[in-house]
Design a protein around this ligand. Structure first.
Ligand code: HEM
Length: 151
């Protein structure tokens, strides 16, 4: 096992946790939770997301540090174009996650604490749209990294 293998393992552990968690939330939890009344549904989402977002911070650290280290070890100039594209799309994903963390996420928590279900639903919608966006570019990024599409 080389350092590169270890870094790749840590990188993929972060990717699986983040993208897999978003897929589960979007494709499984969201349709099942939509049958609940707003108070139960929004309280459930705060409980789910407070745990998931902690895992996402860990994934962001793993993906960024391992990806950046692999890139620097090979050298930016020698890295395949796909790696540069991955750096770009990965940075966009991290920026979108940070936006969620600093804007709609505190709005959702405070609206739920005030039992203002209309405001909570608006904040939740903002999170859902951005998680959907990140899920889509996450899947595209996995394709760019693995499919050998010549980029
Ligand atoms: C934050 C910036 C990122 C950087 C700098 C980065 C960099 C890298 C590097 C250098 C590799 C090694 C490629 C190889 O050994 O062939 C790699 C592999 C990989 N990365 Fe990233 N990455 C980043 C973000 C992401 C994100 C956000 C995803 C997915 C959502 C992702 C998915 C993958 C996958 C699936 C591989 C395995 C490719 C393979 O071994 O063929 N990366 N990444």
């Amino acid at each position: 096992m080389t350092i590169h293998h270890l870094l790749l393992f840590l990188h993929l552990a972060g990717v699986v946790t983040w993208v897999g968690g978003m897929l589960f939330a979007y494709a499984c939890l969201r349709p099942a939770a939509s049958t609940l009344a707003p108070p139960q549904r929004l309280v459930l989402w705060v409980g789910v997301l407070s745990r998931f977002f902690r895992l996402v911070w860990g994934s962001v650290a793993l993906i960024g540090i391992s990806g950046g280290t692999m890139l620097v070890r090979v050298g930016f100039g020698h890295a395949p174009t796909a790696w540069h594209v991955m750096l770009l799309t990965g940075t966009v994903m991290i920026a979108v996650f940070m936006y969620i963390w600093f804007r709609p996420w505190p709005q959702l928590r405070s609206a739920v604490a005030r039992e203002d279900w209309a405001a909570a639903a608006v904040a939740m919608n903002g999170i859902r749209q951005r998680v959907g966006f990140n899920l889509a570019i996450g899947i595209v990024t996995i394709g760019i990294a693995t499919l050998g599409l010549g980029v």
